[in-house]
Design a protein around this ligand. Structure first.
Ligand SMILES: [Zn+2]
Length: 439
């Protein structure tokens, strides 16, 4: 029976007293839920008002490739900017760009709230805000933008500042401490891991600007030897009335490889150097004899003296880097073989005998070529080999890793295509670099 039916004035039933409390307890969560919903709704309404930041769109200039374009907007040196570039433009990973075409770049444009960069972006970190402020100021100074973000309320925010803090800190850290440099500034001209104007004259006018695409090879040292050089042109082939000199083609592929290595932050030495031949996009590379060895050393004709000169140099440098605590040092020597003209010879690899690590590296190169040829030349099997060979530079050097590569038979018509087509020379360098970048 319910107590409500028999109320006497003097006696107040506790249930009556508890009713409003009960009601409150019952209604509170509902009320609270309603209140919250209206708050979020209003927040959503206000949130909906802030459009997602757009990506800045810019036109590719003549000669631009992805690294160059990113460098112009001070976005080089961050791997995440490169991957973001391909993502926002729905592009496959190919560095070539169409001139005068508009591309989105990894810079987000936020509407500046007129108060501060931190509140505009909803971040706490001062250092990041300071870097973003500096970025916008530099953009005005460099003429990349006309008005300041204070004037047009368009705050440019580089992708790496908000989306890849690890790389930003790394970049900030690396910029502070210079690259390992045990031998003194002057003689290490083309080796730099730090940002800077990143102009390397040895690559020639068309290629000297080399942006930092990533830091995957940071702290690693490479000695790239292009075979022969100077008075010794190496093996020779003939094509359409042109002499094909081994040292010129080995030189061009080596130079392209060095450029890729430094674009990934490596320390790379081009051991044989030509004072006036940068990376060349010609089919027939003129044979000359003015190559020297690093340090402006004349190349002797005598084979033993010639090989001794470059191995001694590499051993000196290796020793200095080892003393500086850098063990990750590799020699890659590039040649072109000469066999009977009917013999097709795929790219093959020699490694230093009794060196498991050199063998592993040679196999890594071989694997990469196998995979690449399976994709682009599926109708024709890749027959490159990997074997140990006691060659002078492999035997006489103390550098931890050493691999010797033959690019083909310079006298064979089919193999010559691998040499005289500039894109093929670039592909050879790309594949070697890809193997070095692979985990
Ligand atoms: Zn050779």
């Amino acid at each position: 029976m319910c107590c409500f039916s028999s109320i006497r004035p003097s006696f107040v039933c506790p249930a009556v007293l508890a009713a409003p409390l009960l009601l409150l307890l019952l209604c509170y969560p509902v009320a609270r839920g309603l209140a919250q919903r209206s708050i979020t709704a209003s927040a959503a309404v206000s949130k909906k008002k802030e459009p997602a930041p757009i990506h800045l769109k810019v036109l590719a200039q003549p000669g631009d490739d992805v690294p160059t374009l990113l460098q112009r907007y001070h976005l080089d040196g961050y791997e995440c900017n490169v991957s973001e570039f391909f993502k926002i433009n729905n592009l496959k990973e190919d560095y070539r760009l169409k001139v005068k075409t508009a591309y989105k770049i990894p810079v987000q444009v936020f509407t500046y709230n007129g108060k501060s960069i931190r509140t505009t972006l909803g971040i706490d970190d001062w250092q990041t805000a300071i870097r973003i402020d500096a970025y916008n100021k530099t953009a005005v100074e460099k003429g990349l933008r006309v008005r300041t973000f204070l004037e047009d309320k368009e705050l440019w925010v580089p992708w790496h500042e908000l989306h890849c803090p690890a790389e930003s800190e790394l970049a900030a850290g690396v910029a502070a401490e210079a690259a390992p440099n045990p031998t003194g500034a002057e003689s290490l001209k083309e080796i730099t891991a730090a940002k800077g104007n990143r102009v390397f004259p040895i690559f020639g006018k068309n290629y000297e600007k080399t942006s930092l695409v990533s830091r995957k090879l940071q702290g690693k040292v490479y000695y790239i030897i292009s075979g022969h050089g100077g008075p010794d042109g190496g093996a020779e082939g003939m094509r359409a009335g042109h002499s094909l000199c081994e040292d010129e083609y080995a030189y061009d592929v080596s130079l392209r490889l060095v450029r890729l290595l430094v674009s990934h932050g490596a320390t790379a030495f081009m051991i044989v150097r030509d004072p006036n031949d940068g990376i060349r996009d010609d089919a027939f590379l003129r044979c000359d004899k003015d190559e020297q060895v690093w340090g402006d050393r004349e190349i002797p004709l005598d084979q033993k003296a010639r090989l001794g000169q470059r191995t001694e140099l590499i051993n000196q440098l290796t020793t200095r880097y080892l003393k500086a605590g850098i063990k990750d040092q590799t020699i890659i020597e590039i040649h072109v073989d000469s066999r009977h003209r009917h013999q097709e010879t795929d790219v093959f690899f020699y490694y230093r005998p009794d060196s498991e690590t050199s063998k592993a590296l040679a196999l890594k190169f071989h694997n990469m070529f196998l995979r690449k040829y399976a994709k682009i030349r599926s109708q024709k099997q890749y027959n490159g080999t990997v074997s140990a060979r006691s060659l002078f530079t492999l035997r006489e050097t103390i550098t931890p890793l050493a691999v010797y590569i033959e690019l083909g038979n310079i006298r064979n018509d089919w193999d010559q295509q691998r040499l005289v087509i500039p894109n093929n020379r670039q592909a050879l360098a790309n594949w070697l670099c890809a193997a070095l970048l692979a985990p």
